[in-house]
Design a protein around this ligand. Structure first.
Ligand code: 6GU
Length: 234
């Protein structure tokens, strides 16, 4: 899978994603990431990419031309026009199912805005998906793009080892993960639940499932409501 990120802060995106599991997957060739600096496409001699909004109001807007030319530089090079995701609090809220669906694409382009936003005309021309990562306001689209790329990448075959891939499944089933324990058996007077030391795999599985349900009920009543809709007998 190939990711292209159109941004004024390419180093932030590159540095953030060349670490840990996603960095390893890029090294291994399961993913590629190209951060394209929109400023490189400014037609202005001072490399300016923003200007005042018509009609007045606070702040500056990113201009259409440099954004469009950055986009074109990618699509012309790869000979296709992949989905282009604009990161904005006005978008649909990102979720696990969306990550899974987007992981089926061969390429994705992420467009990161800054300042007060981007000239509407270029958005109409190139954006296919408007996506938010939650109801709060950030200073730019880079962190949301990195969040999405992380979540999408771990759904791409080969990116996670068998050991790493387990934690998606319970969430897809609308349940949170059960609590886990490692050595020592007793720490600060707290003992590991006896059942986990029993070696009785069937009972352990049942205990974990029950813990997952209790946890979801308590911490994420909204998810629990969804779970009950999908598992009407319980
Ligand atoms: Cl996608 N962008 C910005 N600037 N703020 C956000 C967001 C996106 N999602 C939540 N807050």
């Amino acid at each position: 899978m190939r990711f292209f990120v159109l941004t004024l802060f390419p180093d932030m995106v590159r540095d953030g994603l060349h670490t840990s599991i996603i960095g390893r997957a890029i090294q291994a060739g399961h993913l590629s990431l190209e951060a394209v600096n929109i400023r490189d496409f400014s037609a202005n001699k001072h490399q300016k990419v923003d200007d005042y909004p018509y009609g007045g109001g606070a702040g500056m807007l990113m201009q259409a031309q440099p954004v469009y030319d950055a986009f074109q530089s990618v699509t012309e090079r790869i000979g296709r026009r992949p989905r282009c995701i604009y990161l904005t609090p006005q978008g649909k809220t990102f979720h696990q199912k969306m990550a899974k669906e987007l992981a089926m694409e061969e390429e994705l382009i992420f467009l990161c805005g800054h300042y007060e936003g981007i000239d509407e005309r270029v958005l109409e021309e190139i954006v296919t998906d408007y996506v938010s990562i939650g109801d709060y306001v950030l200073t730019g689209g880079e962190l949301p793009a990195m969040v999405m790329i992380d979540a999408i990448s771990r759904m791409v075959p080969g990116v996670l080892s068998n050991e790493e891939s387990g934690s998606t499944e319970s969430f897809e089933d609308c349940l949170l993960e059960y609590p886990q324990y490692s050595r020592p058996e007793e720490w600060m007077g707290k003992k590991v639940p006896q059942i986990l030391l029993s070696g009785h795999h069937k009972n352990i599985e049942a205990w974990r499932r029950e813990q997952s349900k209790m946890r979801t009920k308590e911490r994420r009543p909204d998810l629990w409501g969804q779970y009950l809709l999908e598992h009407p007998k319980e």
